[in-house]
Ligand binder design. Structure first.
Ligand SMILES: Nc1ncnc2c1ncn2[C@@H]1O[C@H](COP(=O)(O)OP(=O)(O)O)[C@@H](O)[C@H]1O
Ligand SMILES: [Mg+2]
Length: 299
């Protein structure tokens, strides 16, 4: 059984805009998926379809439960942190989480709610009304709210927007921990370093279509054709004209070369040495997920 199964999903908004164009995706239990795409690619439309906010054509199931025909069981298995901040402004933080638990028929979960409150650093806000929270605090409350029923599948739509560095780190840590406990995670974020660190699978969408779907390892290993760069710390000597055209940047002590293959590294170092340049240190920079993502978008 898949954690998430999406078949032939199409979403056309009432203004005629096709935001999702035949999306097919199968997510294994325990996967940590990074869903990448530029603004307007369709990420939120897809997540809203999974969570039942959007109507759509096709079928979606969560842990084997169809989100339309078996909605209660699907919802019990799903926790979504939506991109848009929305709360009942008259409830306190504590009441918001209690109320949300009630919606899922979960009782006697106070110790889990306390843990969520503490992990999201909302301890001193438990009795504050949600309208009195800052944007970052609201975001953290939304994460807590999505998890009251300990759903097996957790979807986070840009969960760290507007959140300070320190707390952002805490949120990533918490998500990582949930994944290690066996939860399936689907994450969209602009923090690609975090995606690269946390996710095991990457799905890229553009203009409502999946443009690539791959394990993180394959994606990174199969892009050896992408240029990387070589930093050389130098002293003395002169750069030869024939390698000057692959210089990306240069200071007195460091030159950055653009390299297409490893033979080029040897060539560059040889030429530098032959020209009396003293090499103090070298560092090869591999293409990262951001480079790869940009390359896919350009195709
Ligand atoms: N309610 C709506 N009505 C019409 N068009 C919409 C609506 N919501 C989103 N869109 C359009 O659908 C496309 C995908 O949007 P969205 O799913 O929010 O993208 P993302 O989350 O990847 O930034 C965009 O072109 C957006 O303008
Ligand atoms: Mg979005």
């Amino acid at each position: 059984m898949y954690a998430l199964e999406i078949n032939n999903v199409e979403k056309i908004y009432s203004n005629g805009h096709k935001a999702l164009d035949n999306i097919n995706l199968k997510v294994n239990q325990g996967d940590f998926i990074g869903l990448l795409g530029v603004n307007g690619a369709g990420k939120t439309s897809l997540i809203s379809s999974i969570s039942g906010i959007n109507s759509f054509k096709g079928s979606i199931s969560v842990m084997g439960h169809d989100v339309i025909t078996d909605v209660v069981k699907a919802k019990l298995n799903l926790g979504v942190v939506p991109q848009e901040l929305a709360f009942d402004p008259f409830l306190t933080v504590a009441k918001t989480l209690k109320f949300q638990s009630g919606l899922y028929g979960v009782k006697n979960n106070q110790s889990w709610l306390d843990e969520l409150i503490s992990r999201m650093h909302l301890d001193d806000k438990v009795n504050a009304n949600t309208r009195a929270l800052s944007g970052g605090m609201k975001r953290r409350l939304m994460v807590a709210q999505a998890l009251v029923h300990k759903p097996s599948v957790i979807i986070l739509d840009e969960p760290t927007v507007g959140v300070d560095v320190e707390i952002r780190k805490n949120i990533w840590e918490f998500i990582e921990e949930l994944h290690k406990k066996g939860h399936t995670i689907l994450l969209t974020t602009h923090y690609l370093e975090e995606v690269e660190r946390l996710c095991n699978k990457i799905v890229m969408i553009d203009k409502g279509k999946i443009i690539t779907e791959s394990s993180k390892e394959d994606l990174i290993n199969n892009t050896s054709s992408l240029p990387s760069s070589l930093d050389v710390d130098i002293s003395g000597g002169d750069l030869l004209p024939e390698i000057a055209d692959i210089v990306m940047s240069k200071t007195d002590s460091r030159v950055k070369f653009k390299i297409e293959n490893s033979e080029q590294i040897v060539m560059i170092l040889n030429k530098l040495v032959a020209n009396g340049v003293k090499i103090e240190n070298i560092h090869v920079n591999k293409p990262n997920l951001e480079d790869i993502f940009l390359q896919y978008l350009r195709r």
